[in-house]
Design a protein around this ligand. Structure first.
Ligand code: NAD
Ligand code: UDP
Length: 312
């Protein structure tokens, strides 16, 4: 049995990770400040002797004896991370320093949930880990993109300077049950709007692309990365390389929900990346990982979740 700290454990991805690692017989500390996470996501785990829920903010120091740290704490949807951009930066930078300090003291392995946003609006397509990215340092997405880039730097410097066992994972757009219905991301927006028969909001002309990964696949990749014994520290892209336009996603959601919703076109937010698709050759080679849930199947499971959630 390992003692595992999951920061951001009450969030969308973190809650699935808590469940998976608890089911595998580990002792879990789920740490969260509940900014975007919710007790609802982990309510079914509360009461399990091997599950501990801690309300804490990672911008402040935290002490515990643990073997592994998954650092997921950070708002992930653009409206949420732009709500208080200075706090977002503090979470990525001060939070990362606090978690790396903890890892150093405990000699724990630490995995950082980084992001495809480190590539910005990429000029290399699909994105490979060796690409340094095209990020605006002074735009409205910068608090997130540059915060996550700085967190990667800290991971590497603690590794080189202090010998901390670090692992960097660059997550591409992930979706599934436990997403906040109103967090403003495209999958949750489209599904909720379709289920309510409201207009589906497309930003820009909808020709921008994303590659959507189902959460179970992603969580499997995170665990493989933490458990790999080959001294492979990353960074590694984790995502589903099946790329589609936002327009195509919206049409698929309308079909799967049998909705009468219409599309409405709104202005494209500043610095919205035009294309995004992971090259996952490194994950295949080093982790023997690739996604297995296709978009229709993943969307069906997510739609089912939102139907129940909206019914209350
Ligand atoms: P989420 O917003 O659902 O979860 C983030 C969790 O972190 C929430 O529970 C929130 O309350 C908590 N949190 C935020 N700031 C905190 C702080 N200062 N201290 C303690 N807890 C804090 O987002 P998610 O989609 O589950 O993302 C999880 C991680 O994965 C994030 O680090 C995100 O940047 C990264 N990521 C996600 C995606 C994606 O598509 N979902 C893509 C790339 C990277
Ligand atoms: N988007 C959209 N309608 C929405 C929400 C988002 O067209 O209601 C677009 C957004 O402009 C972006 C893409 O969908 O081009 C993915 O947005 P999301 O916020 O999910 O993630 P990110 O931009 O961080 O990849």
């Amino acid at each position: 049995m390992k003692r595992i700290l999951i920061t951001g454990g009450a969030g969308f991805i973190g809650s699935h990770l808590c469940e998976r690692l608890l089911n595998e017989g580990n002792d879990i500390i789920c740490l969260d400040n509940f900014f975007t996470g919710s007790k609802d996501n982990i309510r079914h785990l509360i009461g399990n002797n091997h599950f501990e829920l801690v309300r804490h903010d990672i911008t402040k120091e935290y002490f515990a004896e643990v073997d592994e740290i998954y650092n997921l704490a950070c708002p992930a949807s653009p409206p949420h991370y732009q709500y208080n951009p200075i706090k977002t930066m503090k979470t990525s930078v001060l939070g990362m320093i606090n978690m790396l300090g903890l890892a150093k003291r405990c000699k724990a392995k630490i995995l950082q949930a980084s992001t495809s946003e480190v590539y910005g609006d990429p000029t290399v397509h699909p994105q490979v880990e060796s690409y340094w990215g095209n990020v605006n340092p002074i735009g409205i997405r910068s608090c997130y993109d540059e915060g996550k880039r700085c967190a990667e730097t800290l991971m590497m410097d603690y590794h080189r300077q202090n010998g901390v066992d670090t692992r960097i994972v660059r997550i591409f757009n992930t979706y599934g049950p436990n997403m906040d219905p109103y967090d403003g991301r495209v999958v949750s927006n489209c599904i909720v709007q379709a289920l309510k028969g409201e207009d589906i909001t497309i930003y820009g002309d909808g020709s921008q692309t994303r590659s959507f990964c189902y959460v179970d696949d992603l969580v499997d990749g995170l665990v493989r990365m933490m458990n790999n014994e080959q001294n492979f520290i990353g960074p590694v892209n984790l995502g589903n390389p099946s790329e589609r336009t936002i327009l195509n996603l919206a049409e698929l959601v309308i079909k799967l929900t049998n909705s009468s919703s219409k599309l409405v076109f709104l202005p494209l937010p500043q610095d919205d990346p035009t294309q995004r698709r992971p090259n996952i050759d490194v994950a295949k080679r080093e982790l023997n990982w690739q996604p297995s849930v296709d978009i229709e199947e993943g969307l069906k499971r997510t739609i089912e979740y939102f139907e129940k959630k909206l019914r209350g």
